[in-house]
Design a protein around this ligand. Structure first.
Ligand SMILES: NC(=O)c1ccc[n+]([C@@H]2O[C@H](COP(=O)([O-])OP(=O)(O)OC[C@H]3O[C@@H](n4cnc5c(N)ncnc54)[C@H](OP(=O)(O)O)[C@@H]3O)[C@@H](O)[C@H]2O)c1
Length: 320
């Protein structure tokens, strides 16, 4: 019999990629979303009873739900706390109580401005935003609630980009944003100084890593430890490099490239992270996680795909 895996936040960007990857791997998937969705039932992280009955019905839980992003959390810090901190605690507590293994999604926003490189899960945490702070409270709750009671893995995810296999939810990374602008014939705005780095991981590689974590925590021989990893590709790019990649791909494919436009930073009080090298060795050695999509390859392929789609749309409009 296939293992049943409950996915919280299944309607989201990462959650939808996790659901399709688990289904491809023949898991018995129970997706749930936050607010009312036609596709999935609602299981609100803040509703402890709802979380308990969700956890009672599955053999493993993946928590990809959250209030995500710096701006969303600054706009509603109370909701950020209730969902990212208390909500994650509710999930971890219910899993620990029933001995259900847990895979939890967190963020490198919990680290803040890195003080040493390469970055590992042991790096000190000093978040600079409400998003990072509330996620960190959630991570610590996961560790405290599950350690010694049920296997858990928390991923501090870097920056996922790209389109999930079913294309149900669009990415909103800087790469996706630049591609969209380039196709629309608009310039690529880069916040000064432009040398700030991001580790970029394709969303399907992030989903594959989540499935590897599920495989590990449901292993009958898994010890009930709370483990934590930084999840990224190991390939960091400055924002100027990302803009350059998109511009070069446009030049190659359509013969012209968008302008790159330097703009003032909207959040000048936030640190400029000049280097973001993550150490992927432990994740590869222990869980066999090895991202396969390269940013360059994906940008070329996605640009061609979107241009073809646009062409097909135009042809269909003409033939009507
Ligand atoms: N995307 C990134 O750049 C990024 C980077 C690092 C880490 N992460 C982490 O990865 C995880 C997934 O992020 P994402 O980009 O997929 O986010 P997303 O697209 O915004 O999806 C969030 C999901 O959480 C659900 N949700 C929101 N409030 C909820 C609540 N109160 N109860 C239950 N579910 C709720 C949403 O459902 P509704 O839409 O129905 O509300 C949605 O399914 C998060 O833990 C995030 O912190 C993301």
């Amino acid at each position: 019999m296939s293992e049943s895996v409950g996915v919280l936040g299944a309607s989201g960007y990462v959650g939808s990629a996790v659901v399709s990857t688990l289904e491809t791997e023949a898991y018995d998937v129970y997706p749930a979303a936050g607010s009312s969705h036609e596709t999935y039932p609602t299981v609100d992280l803040r509703d402890r009873e709802a979380i308990r009955s969700f956890v009672d019905d599955v053999g493993c839980v993946v928590n990809t739900a959250g209030l995500v992003g710096v701006n969303a959390c600054e706009a509603d810090p109370e909701a950020a706390f209730e969902i990212n901190a208390i909500g994650a605690t509710n999930v971890a507590w219910a899993c620990a109580r029933r001995g259900v293994p847990l895979v939890h999604l967190s963020s490198v926003a919990t680290i803040g401005d890195p003080e040493r490189q390469p970055i590992t899960a042991e790096h000190p945490r000093d978040p600079t935003t409400t998003y990072g702070r509330t996620k960190l409270i959630g991570d610590r709750a996961v560790r405290t609630a599950t350690d010694g009671r049920t296997p858990s893995i928390t991923y501090c995810l870097t920056n996922p980009y790209g389109t999930p296999p079913d294309r149900a939810v669009a990415g909103n990374s800087v790469v996706d944003f630049f591609l969209e602008r380039a196709i629309a014939g608009e310039s690529l705005p880069v916040h000064r100084p432009g040398i700030q780095e991001r580790d970029l991981i394709h969303v399907t590689d992030a989903a594959a890593a989540v499935v590897a974590a599920v495989d590990a925590v449901i292993d009958p021989d898994a010890s009930p430890d709370a483990r934590q990893y930084v999840l990224g590709s190991g390939d960091a790019y400055s924002i100027l490099e990302v803009a350059g990649l998109v511009a070069a791909a446009c030049h190659e494919t359509i013969g012209s490239s968008p302008d790159v436009e330097l703009r003032e930073r909207p959040t000048p009080d936030q640190p400029v992270i000049r280097r973001f090298d993550i150490d992927t060795r432990e994740l590869e050695a222990t869980l066999g996680v090895e991202p396969t999509t390269t940013l360059e390859g994906w940008v070329d392929e996605e640009l061609r795909h979107r241009l073809d789609e646009r062409e097909r749309g135009r042809n269909a409009a003409h033939s009507r």
